[in-house]
Design a protein around this ligand. Structure first.
Ligand SMILES: [Zn+2]
Length: 175
């Protein structure tokens, strides 16, 4: 969901004690919560340009029946549409979970210069955990990244979601 046109940095104030990245990670966390409410694995992403949110999305893999419908992929498409260009060279992407290889690849393709991510993903992370795609000297683009930002909150949404899932008997879920 894209924020309304009148969303400005003042709508997302930098409160006392808040780290600069927390402001936008909170917006990504709101997206992750929206995913959980839709019974999607709760991951949220936000893209900021010139101090404004230009894309805001959450994982929709189940609803769209689309393996590529990760939060970052949807946000990249929204941002490119908003800017009228596939080159997102002035953008910062915030995401609650360490990007997977697909999303890290798309971020590289979009030339996003900075990514701020939340919880590490030991099973699929392509920034630090399994691969370090953003630092790979063989690629023609590098991405500055900062991880573990609000990692506890970002991880808790995921662990709560999966704990809730496990309470449902297997026979009722089909997996
Ligand atoms: Zn992904």
């Amino acid at each position: 969901m894209l924020p309304a046109d009148d969303d400005t940095p003042e709508d997302f104030p930098l409160l006392p004690g808040m780290q600069p990245h927390d402001r936008w990670m909170r917006v990504a966390l709101d997206e992750a919560r929206a995913a959980a409410e839709e019974d999607e694995v709760p991951v949220g992403a936000v893209i900021v340009a010139a101090g404004r949110v230009i894309a805001s999305a959450h994982n929709q893999r189940e609803q769209l029946a689309d393996p590529t419908a990760h939060a970052e992929m949807i946000a990249l498409t929204q941002a490119a549409a908003a800017l009228g260009s596939w080159r997102l060279e002035q953008c910062t992407l915030y995401v609650t979970l360490e990007p997977c290889p697909m999303c890290a690849g798309a971020i590289l393709q979009a030339r996003v210069p900075v990514v701020i991510w939340g919880a590490a993903d030991p099973k699929a992370g392509a920034v630090e955990s399994l691969y370090r795609l953003f630092e790979d000297q063989r690629l023609n683009h590098r991405v500055q990244h900062t991880g573990h930002v609000m990692a506890e909150e970002c991880g808790r949404i995921l662990s709560d979601f999966f704990r809730q899932k496990r309470k449902i008997p297997r026979a009722d879920t089909g997996f």
